[in-house]
Design a protein around this ligand. Structure first.
Ligand code: NAD
Length: 320
């Protein structure tokens, strides 16, 4: 029987590939360009991708054999889910592998901002030993408002409780039963959450409803001196509005991991640069996450080829 042809287009843990070589024909092309992918996609039954490449009509129209797309990671906003459904292409993701690294990224960034570890290090090596560094802040007893309390948001809630924080959340799509399992002190409307939180963190998917959710009106509703984190999707936050708003000084710090058009170099005027703390969509960029997403991706392939629904099956109706 002919083996299934699989193309992997993004970083993958190669030791996992070896375990599957006998079972499937796997081509690993982590640097393939969108144009090259369009040329070769007709040769594959399954695509394993990450965020790098768009999977839109132009590509899908050429994908005559394609039956399954496995998105390593969580967001599926770069995939035309409606068109996949029309062509009977199943789409699934591996969101579990991203939860811990994103939660650790959020608290890592917060602690770094609160305590300024870099200047502590410098003060020792400059021979100043504490002179010249300002006392930091604590997370303990601060309030955090979580918008989107799914896999990542709910784990943020549990970790925040461990730090002794007050946890607010907003997620209109969770049932009362689901909400009861999450360590949230109060479920609030979005305006109320913004008004009461020292730190606001976004963990929603990118959909028509969440595109530019964090805009001028949103920022204006935030508490004086608060911190805003976006490690969800770039288009959820309107960066131009954030730049305009930063000058007003209400939001003390913007921690931003994701951008509307990646890769990019945002233009931030010098007079507000101090308010922005960027990372290059690296919230889930850990060795462990790469290993786990690689294992999960090929497990999903096994699941699908055994005639079962992949665990991370994406309902096309929930797309962007
Ligand atoms: P999830 O689907 O488990 O949770 C998302 C939650 O958002 C759901 O509970 C949903 O009900 C809620 N939600 C949807 N629309 C909302 C709205 N308008 N207001 C409030 N809540 C809303 O997703 P997840 O795995 O927790 O991932 C969350 C986000 O993080 C996604 O955008 C994903 O793409 C992103 N992500 C980023 C990185 C990174 O590297 N920075 C890594 C992984 C995931």
């Amino acid at each position: 029987m002919k083996k299934t042809d699989i193309l992997i287009t993004d970083a993958f843990t190669e030791s996992i590939l070896k375990q599957y070589e006998k079972k499937y024909n796997i081509v690993y092309s982590p640097r393939i360009t969108p144009e090259e992918l369009i040329e070769v996609v007709c040769n594959y039954d399954i695509l394993i991708i990450s965020t790098r490449l768009p999977v839109q009509k132009e590509l899908l129209a050429k994908a005559s054999r394609l039956k399954l797309i496995v998105r390593m990671g969580a967001g599926v906003d770069q995939i035309d889910l409606g068109y996949c459904a029309k062509k009977n292409i199943v789409v699934c993701n591996t969101p579990g592998s991203n939860v811990s690294p994103v939660v650790e990224y959020v608290f890592g960034e917060l602690l770094r901002l609160m305590r300024d570890f870099e200047s502590m290090d410098r003060s020792v090596m400059n021979g100043e030993f504490r002179k010249g560094i300002k006392p930091g802040g604590e997370l303990f007893s601060k309030s955090i408002g979580i918008i989107g309390a799914g896999r990542i948001g709910s784990r943020i809630a549990g970790t925040a409780k461990q730090f002794g924080m007050t946890v607010f959340a907003n997620d209109p799509y969770l049932t009362e039963k689901q909400k009861k399992k999450i360590a949230v002190d109060r479920w609030l409307s979005r305006p109320e959450l913004l008004k009461r939180s020292d730190i606001v963190t976004l963990h929603v998917p990118l959909t028509r409803r969440t595109a530019h959710l964090a805009d001028m009106k949103f920022f204006s509703g935030m508490k004086n001196g608060s911190i805003l984190i976006n490690a969800s999707r770039g288009r959820v936050l309107k960066l131009d509005d954030a730049v305009k708003f930063a000058k007003q000084g209400i939001i003390k710090k913007f921690i931003i991991d994701v951008f509307e058009n990646e890769p990019c170099r945002p233009e931030i005027p010098d007079n507000v640069r101090q308010y922005f703390f960027f990372s290059p969509h690296a919230g889930a960029y850990t060795e462990e996450s790469f290993l786990n997403r690689s294992i999960e991706a090929l497990e999903e392939v096994d699941e699908f080829l055994s005639g079962r629904k992949p665990h991370g099956f994406i309902d096309p109706k929930k797309g962007y």
